[in-house]
Design a protein around this ligand. Structure first.
Ligand SMILES: Nc1nc2c(ncn2[C@@H]2O[C@H](COP(=O)(O)OP(=O)(O)OP(=O)(O)O)[C@@H](O)[C@H]2O)c(=O)[nH]1
Length: 174
């Protein structure tokens, strides 16, 4: 059983407004990501902030710890609801491609995209350890945490991600 999780907190300081809600092809970016993740799971959670009608689960153990706080919330949600693993993606990659999702799904254990560690697949059994790591003021880097648990880095081109408003215009050429 796999849970899909969109990491949708953060400050969007380079974008200027909440980038999850920025429109591309008439839909908010976050909806494109949710639609892509629906090919890996029927159950998708948004981690961080609620967006429009989409409910969100709050970061754990507190907000503003970065994507790792969102992953921690997803792992706990997964454990509480009987999911073995969580596939994560950020809210700002509307062009998540099937090849990448297939690669992630075919990975045994934990794996993450070497060029974009917020994309990965994680066993929910890490929930308690990640909680303890963050509660104890541990390092908030997703990449370093992935290495700490010996998750496998995957070599695959990272999807284009939106950081600034001008990036939206570049999406159409891709
Ligand atoms: N749940 C959660 N997601 C986060 C958090 N910080 C960043 N993210 C998500 O992680 C992804 C990558 O975030 P960044 O673009 O590096 O950071 P950002 O804070 O959103 O944007 P900047 O302020 O411009 O750096 C995006 O999908 C963010 O929504 C957080 O504290 N909690």
């Amino acid at each position: 059983m796999i849970l899909g999780a969109v990491l949708a907190g953060g400050r969007s300081s380079r974008f200027g407004t909440d980038k999850a809600l920025a429109l591309w092809r008439g839909r908010p970016l976050i909806e494109h990501v949710v639609a892509a993740l629906q090919s890996v799971s029927q159950t998708i959670v948004i981690c961080g902030r609620a967006h429009g009608s989409a409910a969100a689960i709050p970061d754990r153990p507190m907000p503003d710890l970065g994507p790792l706080g969102g992953l921690n919330a997803a792992l706990h949600h997964a454990r509480a609801h009987g999911f073995d693993r969580v596939v994560t993606a950020p809210c700002d990659t509307p062009l998540l491609d099937e090849g990448l999702l297939d690669l992630i799904l075919s990975s045994a254990g934990d794996a993450w995209l070497a060029d974009m560690p917020v994309i990965g697949i994680w066993r929910s059994e890490h929930a308690a350890a990640l909680d303890a790591h963050l509660q104890g003021g541990g390092d908030r880097s997703m990449r370093r945490w992935a290495r700490l648990i010996d998750a496998r880095p995957l070599a695959y081109a990272a999807p284009f991600n939106i950081n600034r408003p001008a990036d939206l215009e570049m999406l159409d050429g891709r």
